[in-house]
Design a protein around this ligand. Structure first.
Ligand SMILES: [Fe+2]
Length: 293
């Protein structure tokens, strides 16, 4: 089989055919996917019936699996999936949808804000790989916004203004914007803000992109309201329809995206019915800027 990629959106996103990711990939197949990621930033694979183990093996072709600690409030004893898998379903350990007042559920609603996975880590994520095991009957689309196209469309003055800005990212900023303001001391320590550049350059393509995320809540050296307005304004610009692809899930879709050049969000769905989505995350290899403290 030969890997072929067909662009399915005017500015990004490729649909991949000619590959069975449940099998061990050849070096050429891995190289074709890496090249496709650098170019399209989101790749869609249809009809990939995989187990968690197969998803982990596939993901390791592209780097180490990110350590998920500090990325959620879910306690170890409440986890449904094995280490290495990020559970982005609406299900508890018993396989049933989480109750409405579940803190875990409320925290996970933050995935409905535009974000880049793990931008709250000192070394933020490279790729996310999401497998649809059970698709919710109503809603639950995932939307992707191309931060390269958004950057390219900025005027020269704005580009110059933001070139060297550094933001603070934390899960407490994204959840705080939803009114979740109470955290234990342990959570506060885990969710301590990290620094990220606002403009990133992709290591393979050399393209610049906005590094935005709902986790971004401050800009170093800028008064808070001014920083929040700038971030909000840039986010509005970057998520205009011409930069956005809407993925309508089918069971056994696998979608892979580059967090260094994308934002994404999930849309509301029927939370009384299951939505079983399982993510693996490929770790990044460097911070975007030196951390302090
Ligand atoms: Fe996400």
């Amino acid at each position: 089989m030969t890997v072929t990629i067909r662009q399915i959106h005017p500015v990004f996103v490729g649909e991949v055919s000619g590959i069975d990711i449940a099998r061990a990939l050849s070096r050429e197949e891995v190289a074709a996917i890496e090249a496709g990621m650098a170019r399209y930033a989101v790749l869609v694979f249809r009809d990939q019936k995989i187990t968690d183990e197969e998803q982990i093996v596939f993901s390791r072709n592209f780097g180490a699996i990110e350590d998920a600690r500090g990325g959620n409030i879910t306690k170890a004893e409440d986890k449904r999936l094995q280490t290495g898998m990020n559970d982005v379903s609406n299900l508890g350990r018993d396989g049933e949808p989480l109750p409405r007042d579940s803190r875990q559920r409320l925290f996970n609603l933050g995935n409905m804000l535009w974000h880049s996975d793990s931008s709250f880590r000192p070394v933020p994520a490279k790729y996310s790989i999401l497998s649809a095991r059970v698709v919710n009957p109503i809603g639950g689309n995932t939307e992707f916004a191309d931060m390269r196209a958004a950057y390219d469309a900025l005027d020269a003055d704005t580009r110059a203004e933001i070139e060297d800005l550094v933001c603070e990212h934390s899960l407490m900023y994204s959840r705080g914007s939803l009114g979740m303001l109470e955290y234990s001391d342990e959570e506060r320590a885990l969710f301590r803000p990290v620094r990220q550049r606002l403009v990133r350059t992709h290591p393979v393509s050399g393209r610049k992109s906005l590094y935005l995320s709902s986790h971004a809540g401050a800009i170093i050296g800028m008064p808070m309201p001014e920083a929040r307005i700038l971030l909000r304004d840039l986010t509005e610009h970057a998520t205009q329809p011409q930069f956005v692809y809407v993925h309508r899930w089918r069971a056994w879709d696998l979608v892979m995206w580059d967090n260094r050049q994308m934002m994404h969000r999930v849309r509301r769905y029927d939370e009384g019915q299951p939505r079983d989505m399982r993510r693996t995350t490929v770790a990044g290899d460097a911070p975007t800027v030196a951390q302090v403290g």
